[in-house]
Every structure is written in structure tokens, then in C-alpha cells.
Design a protein around this ligand. Sequence first.
Ligand code: PRT
Ligand code: MG
Length: 219
Amino acid sequence: MPLTIALSKGRILDESLPLLAAAGITPSEDPEVSRKLVLPTNRPGVSLMIVRATDVPTYVRWGAADVGIAGQDVLLEHGGPGLYQPVDLGIARCRMSVATRRGFDWAASVQRGARIRVATKYVTIAREHFASKGMHVDLIKLYGSMELAPISGLADAIVDLVSSGNTLRANDLVEVETIMPITARLIVNPAALKLKRDLVKPLVDALTAAASRKQAAPA
Ligand code: PRT
Ligand code: MG
């Protein structure tokens, strides 16, 4: 029986390859160079499927891929229901934060209950965060470069992922709240776990072990 693993190019792929290698799976061509979207591996029947980060849960939920690796941001925003999430892989680590223009008095605006405009690609996460604080904000959905919103006057604040903080600094923005830490998770199609248990279970176990070794001894 074949086994398909859905991944996105970029940091998820970069940080997943060492974990997959530890689980005995290496792609037979370099995924960053290859234009193939389905890559065979050293293991007969096991292939990697390269999809957009936000599409990983969709492929796994519909069973077009058996397992996948997706950021917690993607799972919270585009849905984790219908997916088994056995392992936090601890990779592609970052945090979901609120940021404003340097000099914008966020605390004062929040305190006086000002009508704040927040631009983000993560409207679900942002809505839940502000609702849990009892704050009324106007959410503006964007699809890219959220950093431009406060600079251009589109919004007072943004909700976005931050890792080094370099992007915020380069655009004169400051982090004013951390919403949650974010890592990537292994996700599994529940039917695949049942029907392909002999293939899926060892993969889940090997990735769990590799991820916990990595967290015990970070590079
Ligand atoms: O790029 P595309 O629109 O196709 O998809 P994507 O942006 O969702 O994919 P990708 O590969 O950029 O991100 C995949 C996953 O990596 C995300 O879903 C997160 O779980 C995780 N991740 C980890 C990050 C970051 N760190 C990160 N820093 N995703 C995005 N960023 C961006 C952030 O949005 C901001 O623009 O990097 C910028 C900030 O980085 P610093 O280092 O300057 O703070
Ligand atoms: Mg990106």
C-alpha cells in the first residue's frame, strides 16, 4: 500500500527532512530543486507531496495524502477537525503576535476602549484572541504583507507570525502582545491510520522519537 506525506516547501520542508531522515525516509531528488510535486523516496511506495502550506490539512482531511506536516497557525485558522494530530514536532517554531507602529499607544487605546482596526490573514485566531479579552476590534482580512497595514494607515495593528522579529524591526513595528507559541504538527487522516496502520503507526512513532530527541538536544 502506498503512503503519501503532504508538506510545504520552505521552512516546513527544511525542518521536516531531518526528522523524516531519522525515520528512514529520504526523497530521491532534492525537493527544493525538483519541479515534481510528488517525489518518490528511498522507501518503495512512500512519497512526498509538495503542496501550499495552507492546503496541507485539506489534502490530509480528504485522504489525498495520508499524513502531513502543518503549522499550528494553519490548523487553527483553516481547521483541524477531521484530523488526528498525534505529535507536536516542535519545528518551524514562531509565535502569533499583535504588533503596532512604534509610537502607537496600544495599552492606552485598549484601556479607553478605542475602536481599533486590526489587519491580518489570521482572522479566526485574531477574532478569538480579542473576544477572549472582551475587546471589540474591526478585523481587516489581508492575504499578504501585513506589515504594510500599520505603515500605510490601513490598520492600527496587525496579527502575524514573528520568529526573529527582523521583519517587524525593518518596518518600524513593535510586538505589543503575544497570542500563542506556534510549532508544526504531524497530522494524520483517521481512515489511513486504521487502514494503513502498519505503515502509518511506525512513521508516527519514528517521527515522535526523532522530534523528542531533537527537542532534548536542540541544534
Ligand atoms: O508563503 P505562502 O503564502 O505560500 O505560505 P506560508 O507563508 O503559510 O508558508 P511558509 O513556508 O512561509 O510558512 C509555513 C509555516 O512556517 C507557517 O504556517 C508557520 O507555521 C511556520 N513559520 C515559522 C512561519 C514563520 N516561522 C515566519 N516567521 N511562517 C511565516 N513567517 C513569516 C511571518 O509571517 C513574517 O512575515 O516570516 C515573517 C517574520 O519573520 P521574522 O523572522 O522576521 O520575525
Ligand atoms: Mg510565506
